[in-house]
Design a protein around this ligand. Sequence first.
Ligand code: PTJ
Length: 259
Amino acid sequence: MNHEIPKDHPRYLSLTVREAIISGMHQKVVAEAGLIAHGRGEAFDYILGEVTPEFALKQEEFAVLKMLAAKKPVISVNGNVAAMCPEEIVALGKLLRAPLEINLFYRSQEREQAIKTKLIGAGAEKILGLDPEFQETIDEISHLRRIVDTRGIAISDCVFVPLEDGDRTQALRHLGKNVVTVDLNPLSRTSLTANVSITNNIIRAVPEMIDFAKKLSNLSKAELTERLNQFNNESLLQDALIFMSERLKSLAETDKLTI
Ligand code: PTJ
């Protein structure tokens, strides 16, 4: 059941996204655990102030450069991403020339089909990950996410895995692939293991990545390499932690607590 959220509600955007996750769960797009993952993300976003800080814009530019510099970039889509920003993830894939591959932690055919329908409805033309003829297994991954597409993740040199659960980033890195992620928790194993970690809400990060992709897609290989050398993932994650701790500290020190 959809709940009508009044437009003048102070938390309209947050409640609208929450509603997308809940109705996504009823449509089988989102796993039940996706609700828990979302709540964890919301808590970190509160600490960020629910806006994109300067360091996150740098992480997003870094991520787009990494994807543009790749020979075979691919975007791995899970239930939460498909529920929150289907049109945007499809648009980003087109700009980066990166196919979308459905790859789920809580894998079921019913969910795969529901997510495919959602992405096709959002303008996707081709979806990888579902055709048994093109499936291969990555032995390093112990759960069902090990099944990947031979036209996508299996041969990709750079995988964008937003809202990842942990092990897979490590396994993909062991296979020599670059990994780009979006995760509001700067201390998650995924954030700490990826080559590029974006500490931002995916609902802001992907539209901002689209803007960067439009600006940067004409750079030459040499220009991409030169710009990539200016970024350091670890120091940007440190910036994220400093930003979060300083924001909490300054809130704690104000005379009157407000949000
Ligand atoms: O659709 P499936 O079956 O592949 O399952 C997807 C989930 C997300 C349920 C699965 O991958 C999972 O359990 O992930 P985790 O381990 O809960 O990790 C998700 C991470 O995403 C957490 O670190 C959250 O803080 C973060 N997160 C949640 N919502 C957002 C977010 N990061 C950015 N933007 C968000 N909106």
